[in-house]
Design a protein around this ligand. Structure first.
Ligand SMILES: *Cc1c(COP(=O)(O)O)cnc(C)c1O
Length: 376
C-alpha cells in the first residue's frame, strides 16, 4: 500500500464503535483487565507500538518507531544509544539549537562531541579513524544552507568504524528521504514541523532499523517522562492524513520560488537547483522533489532585514513546516555565535498559491530596490 493510501485512512483505523476517526484516550491509569494485560500507567506507554508509531515506522520503512513529547526529547533519547565513553560526531553546519542541546547532553553523560561537516567525507573519515566514535549525527538537508550529505557513503564509513548513523530528517521528511533504506540506523524527526504540518503541537519521533534498540528507548522515555501527550498524538494523526498532499504542494512551490529568486540574480540555496554544490547527490537520494525549505542571500544584513520587513503574506516567525509560509533573517534568530551568513533569509514554504508568494517577494524586492540609492 502506498503511503498516501495508508495515511488517508490512517491504516483503516476505527474507534471501537465503528467510527472512522481514532479515539482520544486521555486516561492516565488503566484498570486491570480480567485475564488480559493492562496498559497500566501512561508514562510507560502501552505494550508495543501505538497506531501513530506503526504509521511512523511505515513512513520511514523502519523496523520500529517511537513517539516523543518533542524533537528535542527524541534527540535526548537517541543519545542514550551511544555507549559510555564514546564520541558523538555532529553536523557542524546543522540546526543551531541542537549544537547546544547535543553539546550539553553529551557533556552531562561524559561523552565527547566533535563537529564536522558531513559533506566533507574525508574529514568524517579522519574523525572516525580514532575508533572512539559511537554515533555520527547527520542532518538531511543541513539547516539553513540545505547542504546534502551522501547518506550511503556516510553509513558505510560509520559502520566501518563501529558507529551508528543517525539522520535528522526533519526538514526533508519521509516524503523526500528514507535514510534507513540508505543505511542509516536511526532517523530523527521533529514531528512539530511538516509531519504535523499545522504549527499547533510539539512532537518528536525516532525510527529504527534495529527493533532491539526499542526497549532502551522506551525505558529512557519512561525515565524522563517524555511520552507524547494524548491530545498532541491525536492532532498529529489528524495532521498526517494530509501529509503527502501538503508536501507535494509545498515542495512544488518551493522549487518555483527557488528558480524565480535565482532569476532575480540572487544567490539561492536549494538542493533542486543545478548549481547547488551537492545537486548530483540530492538527485540520487531525494524522492518526490527537493522539499519545502530554501534560503537566499541579500548581500547585507540590512537588505535582508528590509526584505523581511516588507513582506505581507509570509509570516515573520521562526520554525518551519506549517500551512503558512514563514520568513526570517536566520542569523538574527540564531543570535550571537551563529555560523549562519548575516545576509541569509530562510523560507519555510506553506500551502499558499505560488503566485501570491512570488508576488509578495517581488513587492519586497521592489521596495528595497526603490530605496537602494540610500542604502541603510
Ligand atoms: C525543530 C527542529 C528540531 C527540534 O524539534 P522540537 O520539536 O522543536 O523539539 C530538530 N531538528 C530540526 C532540523 C528542527 O527543525
Amino acid at each position: 500500500m502506498k503511503i498516501d493510501t495508508l495515511l488517508a485512512g490512517l491504516d483503516g483505523v476505527t474507534d471501537g464503535a465503528g467510527g472512522l476517526v481514532p479515539p482520544l484516550r486521555l486516561s492516565v491509569t488503566h484498570a486491570a483487565q480480567p485475564g488480559g494485560p493492562s496498559r497500566g500507567y501512561a508514562r510507560s506507554g502501552p505494550d508495543g507500538e501505538t497506531l501513530l508509531e506503526t504509521i511512523l515506522a511505515r513512513l520511514d520503512e523502519a523496523a520500529s518507531a517511537l513517539a516523543f513529547a518533542s524533537g528535542a526529547s527524541a534527540a535526548q533519547a537517541a543519545l542514550a544509544l551511544v555507549p559510555p565513553g564514546r564520541e558523538v560526531l555532529l553536523e557542524a553546519e546543522g540546526y543551531y539549537e541542537f549544537r547546544g542541546i547535543v553539546q550539553r547532553a553529551t557533556a552531562a553523560r561524559g561523552l565527547s562531541l566533535r563537529l564536522v561537516e558531513m559533506t566533507d567525507l574525508a574529514a568524517v573519515a579522519a574523525q572516525l579513524s580514532s575508533g572512539r566514535v559511537g554515533m555520527v549525527w547527520a542532518e538531511f538537508p543541513g539547516n539553513p544552507l540545505w547542504q546534502v550529505p551522501d547518506l550511503r557513503r556516510l553509513s558505510a564509513l560509520s559502520h566501518g568504524a563501529g558507529a551508528l548513523l543517525l539522520v535528522d530528517a526533519t526538514a526533508a521528511t519521509p516524503h523526500h528521504i528514507r535514510p534507513l533504506t540508505l543505511g542509516a540506523d536511526v532517523v530523527l524527526h521533529s514531528a512539530t514541523k511538516f509531519l504535523n504540518g499545522h504549527g499547533d503541537l510539539m512532537a518528536g519521533a525516532l525510527a529504527l532499523a534495529d527493533p532491539d534498540a526499542r526497549a532502551a528507548l522506551v525505558q529512557h522515555r519512561t525515565d524522563t517522562g517524555t511520552i507524547l501527550a494524548p491530545f498532541s498524538e491525536w492532532l498529529l494523526l489528524r495532521g498526517l492524513r494530509t501529509f503527502v498532499l501538503r508536501m507535494e504542494r509545498a515542495s512544488a512551490t518551493a522549487a518555483r520560488l527557488a528558480v524565480w529568486l535565482a532569476d532575480q540574480g540572487l544567490t539561492v540555496h536549494y538542493p533542486g537547483l543545478p548549481d547547488h554544490p551537492q545537486h548530483a547527490i540530492a538527485c540520487a537520494q531525494y524522492t518526490n522533489g527537493f522539499g519545502p525549505m530554501l534560503s537566499f542571500r541579500m548581500g547585507t544584513a540590512a537588505r535582508a532585514d528590509a526584505v523581511v520587513a516588507a513582506v505581507r503574506i509570509f509570516r515573520r516567525a521562526t520554525s518551519l513546516g506549517s500551512t503558512e509560509s514563514l520568513i526570517e533573517r536566520r542569523a538574527a534568530t540564531e543570535g550571537p555565535g551563529t555560523r549562519c551568513p548575516a545576509d541569509l533569509i530562510r523560507l519555510s514554504i506553506g500551502l499558499e498559491a505560488a503566485e501570491d508568494l512570488i508576488g509578495d517577494l517581488q513587492h519586497a524586492l521592489d521596495t528595497i530596490n526603490r530605496t537602494k540609492d540610500n542604502p541603510t
